[in-house]
Design a protein around this ligand. Structure first.
Ligand code: GN1
Ligand code: MG
Length: 369
């Protein structure tokens, strides 16, 4: 693998000579490597990533989105005289010909990105302060993109957060049951039927325009934001493959999904899943600190709903993939997708039980009364 990575690295304009590479991060879709480089004796690092083109069918469109978005953010941070622009937005590194990705003979797509030093991501939150910082960083990211000029970004995965589409995919998987696994998940199937309305809860508001379309990250989980090693502040939002038209609520919902719990996404015992109102409050405060100036009352009123909706949607996607034979998300053990699904469904139940308390928290900070 090292040889292959060295040869791929040689096709990009990297800030140094390839020394070594290790697998990096815990993403479920792409293959990510942290590469060590030697720049005339100085150590440098960058990211090499194989883009999963079975998931992202339009790689040129996807890379155009990312370059537009990162260049726009960089320009705005420069205008604000941000002293640390290269840490606050990553850059796509050009290939030998100046393009933004390469394709190998076997048809794989690769890209190179700058690596943000002095910061890292967390898979499971440790403190409410981290929830605050993460939410503030995603809100800021959305804010920086409210004035992206030019045409609408391309939808890198069409209908990505469209509840009816996800239900249909689930129903199709259930009807086909290609691996004869439906018999293991009767309870979960029943749970989806009972809670279907939660998954569909934002669709009408989005269609009618009550909830405005915005450029959103669409994968705003806690491990997609780098926090500073020293100060804990949000440094840089990463994993921009799904940045496309959506709603800020998708991002707030994903933050709820991954920040109010103190268990991992794939915790095998769903009974351990709790929803911590303090962490939720930290999320609300962080998100409103950076996004409060542009969010509409309708968006604010749907923040609690968004947490349940996104958590349910991802749970349904894990269940669908379990039924389909684990063909979409990377799995590392038998029943991995099922564990993930059960954890999500348990969290939806915990959030629903705390509905009133969470709504009161939003009202307290957004002053909607
Ligand atoms: C995937 O690649 P990663 O792990 O950042 C997925 C998200 C899910 C997430 C669940 C393109 O993101 O939608 O919410 O797993 N990305 C795609 O952890 O499907
Ligand atoms: Mg990721």
């Amino acid at each position: 693998m090292t040889e292959q990575l060295a040869s791929i690295a040689s096709r990009f304009q990297l800030p140094g000579r390839f020394v070594s590479a290790v697998r990096y991060g815990s993403g479920h879709i792409n293959d990510t490597y942290l590469v060590e480089l030697d720049d005339a004796g100085a150590r440098r690092r960058c990211i090499l990533q194989r883009i999963n083109h079975h998931v992202f069918r339009d790689v040129p469109g996807l890379m155009r989105n990312i370059v537009r978005v990162t260049e726009h953010i960089r320009r705005k941070l420069d205008e604000e005289h941000d002293p640390e622009v290269p840490r606050h937005v990553y850059s796509v590194l050009p290939n030998e010909e100046g393009g933004w990705y390469i394709q190998t003979e076997s048809g794989d797509y690769w890209r190179a990105l700058t690596f943000i030093e002095g910061a890292h991501t967390y898979d499971v939150l440790e403190t409410p302060e981290q929830a605050y910082q993460a939410a503030k960083a995603f809100g800021r990211f959305q804010g920086l993109l409210t004035d992206l000029p030019g045409e609408r970004l391309c939808e890198t995965i069409p209908n990505f957060h469209h509840g009816p589409t996800r239900l249909k995919q689930f129903a199709d998987a259930l009807a086909a049951d290609p691996c004869n696994r439906a018999r293991f998940v009767r309870k979960e199937i029943e749970w989806v039927e009972e809670n279907e309305w939660i998954l569909l809860s934002l669709a009408d508001g989005l269609r009618s325009g009550l909830i405005p379309e915005r450029i959103s990250h669409n994968d705003a989980k806690i491990n997609n934001v780098m926090l500073d090693d020293q100060t804990g502040a949000g440094v840089c939002v990463v994993d921009l493959d799904t940045v496309m038209p959506g709603t800020g609520l998708f991002d707030f919902g994903d933050l709820v999904r991954t920040c109010v719990v103190n268990t991992a996404e794939d915790e095998p015992n769903p009974a351990l899943v709790t929803a911590d109102p303090l962490r939720f409050e930290a999320l609300v405060e962080g998100y409103l600190a950076s996004a409060g100036s542009f969010l509409t009352p309708a968006e604010i009123r749907h923040m609690v709903t968004a947490g349940k909706m996104i958590t349910m949607m991802i749970g349904v996607r894990f269940l669908t993939d379990f039924l389909n034979g684990d063909v979409y998300f990377k799995v590392h053990r038998d029943g991995h997708n099922l564990d993930r699904c059960r954890t999500q469904f348990a969290l939806v139940d915990r959030l629903a039980e705390s509905d009133k308390e969470l709504e009161a928290i939003v009202r307290k900070h957004a002053r909607l009364d």
